[in-house]
Design a protein around this ligand. Structure first.
Ligand code: PMP
Length: 357
């Protein structure tokens, strides 16, 4: 276990064994006496990496055959636009659940080639809850949600299950829990949380969406371009895909999403119980919508800040500062963060309370 307890919100902690194997492969990949990053992406050694990565996604998330799995580029931010382009139907209108800054940005992108309608927003309370009272009108071409709001620490627990095609930005909680792929028509996720280093973006979608858009799609944003070429239309980001493949192997070897979901629940319970018990702290997100990936909380008394911050440094806790739009603290507890690291944080919070007693 690393001596630093890494709570970074993303890019974030990955399994140590992934770093070791990725480092070895940078020097000598598959005993070729060549680096992973100096061989052709069309070589059989790299094609095997791409195929294993795609098949691990299928296996771990139980992706049915009528869905496609692609490792593309552009981050989730290009996913906002890619999703809108590919999902625009005859009404050229997407409905958005605006639960945070990323969701808001996604809604904005749809306006480049169509319309976006905000079905509900939690901006009135600085995105500290997930709206539940809204209607998804049947004339919408798709309904877009953000499964986990990385900045604000909220997470959707139950997904929409109606007639309108569901699109989800799953960047910050994919592979953290069991999901039912068939609830979704299109999922996209930037790699840099549970999956691997930044630089690749995962797309999982129903094959039947391809070629149905009502707007002309630029070549690189057309998912059909990439599906037709098995995710190899142009040079893929070989290192992030390789490291993602190693992380997915690690996840599979450690019991897959069922096992990690339980571990993530235990970590979340540990930190939230302390936030609620400790008289010096308060959680910032609505209890029922709390994220198991990013726990946001604040000191009740700002005058304790310098002391607490120093205690965090002394305990080797890194990356706990909250996002500037929320303030306070954010404990990002992605898959690779061990529960021991959460215990260290909880102990520091208890110690502060004892000092103040
Ligand atoms: N959506 C969510 C939920 C995110 O957490 C992030 C980044 N942290 C993004 C979108 C933007 O991702 P990218 O930086 O890959 O464009």
């Amino acid at each position: 276990m690393s001596k630093v307890h890494n709570y970074s919100a993303g890019p974030c902690i990955l399994p140590n064994e992934v770093f070791k194997e990725a480092a070895d492969s940078i020097l000598n990949f598959n005993n070729l006496d060549l680096s992973l990053i100096e061989i052709s992406h069309r070589s059989k050694d790299f094609v095997a990496v791409m195929e294993e990565a795609r098949s691990l996604v299928r296996e771990i998330l139980d992706v049915p055959d009528d869905y496609e799995v692609l490792f593309l580029q552009g981050g989730a931010s290009l996913g906002f636009l890619t999703a809108a382009y590919n999902m625009m139907g005859k009404n050229k209108t997407g409905g958005y659940l605006v639960t945070g800054s990323w969701a808001k940005k996604a809604a904005k992108e749809a306006k480049f080639m169509g319309h976006s309608v905000t079905l509900a927003s939690s901006e009135d309370k600085n995105f500290n809850y997930i709206p539940k009272d809204y209607e998804v009108q049947s004339n919408l071409d798709y309904f877009h949600v953000t499964s986990n709001n990385t900045i604000f620490g909220t997470q959707i627990k139950d997904f929409y299950n109606g007639e309108v095609p569901l699109v989800c930005d799953m960047s910050s909680d994919i592979f953290s829990r069991k999901i039912n792929i068939t609830d979704f028509d299109l999922i996209y996720a930037g790699a840099q949380k549970n999956m691997g280093p930044a630089g690749t973006t995962l797309y999982i979608f129903k094959k039947e969406i391809l070629g149905k858009s009502s707007v002309p799609i630029p070549t690189m944003l057309d998912l059909k371009t990439h599906a037709d070429k098995d995710s190899m239309f142009n040079t893929p980001p070989v290192f992030p895909i390789y490291a993602s493949m190693l992380t997915l192997r690690w996840l599979k070897n450690n019991g897959g999403v069922e096992s990690i979901e339980l571990k993530n629940q235990n970590k979340a319970d540990l930190i939230y119980n302390e936030i609620d018990r400790n008289s010096l702290f308060s959680g910032t997100a609505n209890k029922e919508d709390r994220s198991n990936m990013n726990a946001t909380f604040a000191l009740n008394n700002e005058s304790d800040k310098d002391e607490f911050d120093q205690m965090l440094v002394d305990a080797n806790i890194s990356g706990l500062k909250g996002h500037r739009s929320v303030g306070g603290y954010r404990a990002s507890m992605y898959n690779a963060l061990p529960i021991e690291s959460v215990q260290v944080l909880v102990d520091v919070m208890k110690e502060l309370e004892n000092k103040k007693a």
